[in-house]
Ligand binder design. Structure first.
Ligand SMILES: Nc1ncnc2c1ncn2[C@@H]1O[C@H](COP(=O)(O)OP(=O)(O)O)[C@@H](O)[C@H]1O
Ligand SMILES: [Mg+2]
Length: 280
């Protein structure tokens, strides 16, 4: 525990003595539409329990940030949400999406991922043209006319705030794009599958400050249409863009609340220590 006089910079009139060990905001499902929630989720890599307590509800059309130190289980949690840990880790518990437990064996994982899309930390455009990067996953799954594809390319590139920069060079290789542009391209590619929910794992960690700021604006625009769950190590970013924030520590969600509460009046001392940079 923190002793009086120790150099802790409180972000609020936070009182360590009265702090609970964990606080998980319970979403009122009559007032807030829940897009996705986890129940009793645990993740094991072999014998190692990497996520032991991570029950969260995510509100539709909101941005939720997952924050916490490296190794705290953020990616483990995020990747479990659309079954990217299949074959890598043992994921037990329920992941409820539209009244379905999408963690159950009989779920068509490829179909589910059309609804719950993921963008990784490092943009991974295919070695194809900008246009084909967006259309390739679609044409593998169904039949589209050229007009339909043109329209999808334009719409998703506009949504990802890349259209104006690339509209005259859609045939150019995607590998020639800058880091920030490539990140927006892979977001457009994810959007082309018309997901409901977008999972983003440190998507702007490789971007320069200007691209990162543009990227944040893009996310704020996208949340009109998508539910976004984003892992970020940048606390200013979490504070700026997200509606809700979950703080992870050693495989547990320690605190989950409205972002403004987490950053101004956290209820748990550990959260306060982390966000005031006073860890360890
Ligand atoms: N594929 C894996 N195999 C074994 N252990 C893993 C694997 N991925 C992550 N871990 C472990 O699980 C814990 C949580 O990691 P991770 O979810 O990547 O944390 P974060 O994203 O918060 O940095 C860490 O101890 C990490 O070493
Ligand atoms: Mg990670």
């Amino acid at each position: 525990m923190t002793k009086k006089g120790q150099d802790l910079k409180p972000v609020s009139d936070f009182i360590p003595d009265k702090a609970p060990d964990r606080f998980i905001y319970q979403m009122n499902e009559d007032k807030h539409e829940v897009a996705l929630k986890t129940e009793g989720l645990q993740v094991r890599y072999g014998d190692k329990l990497a996520l032991s307590e991570g029950d969260l509800s995510f509100e539709r059309y909101k941005i939720t940030s997952l924050i916490g130190a490296s190794g705290s289980g953020k990616s483990t949690f995020l990747r479990s949400l659309n079954r990217m840990n299949d074959g890598v880790a043992n994921v037990s518990g329920k992941i409820i999406y539209r009244d379905l437990d999408i963690n159950s064996k009989d779920i068509d994982v490829y179909e589910m991922r059309r609804h719950i899309g993921m963008v990784f930390q490092r943009p991974n455009p295919f070695a194809k043209s900008i246009y084909e990067n967006i259309t390739f996953p679609l044409t593998r799954r169904g039949k589209y006319t050229k007009n339909q594809l043109d329209e999808i390319v334009e719409t998703t590139l506009k949504q990802a705030a890349l259209w104006d920069q690339v509209k005259d060079e859609l045939d150019k290789s995607a590998l020639a794009l800058s880091g920030g542009q490539a990140q927006r391209l892979v977001i457009a590619r994810a959007l082309a599958l018309k997901p409901d929910i977008l999972l983003l794992d440190e998507p702007s960690s490789a971007l320069d400050p200007i691209s990162s700021a543009q990227f944040e604006e893009t996310l704020l625009e996208l949340k009109k249409y998508y539910t976004i769950i984003i892992v970020t190590h940048n606390m200013q970013q979490a504070a700026r863009i997200s509606d809700y924030t979950a703080f992870f520590h050693q495989g547990k969600v320690i605190e989950y609340d409205l972002t403004r509460k987490i950053f101004t009046r956290p209820k748990v001392k550990l959260t306060n220590d982390y966000i005031s940079g006073n860890f360890g």
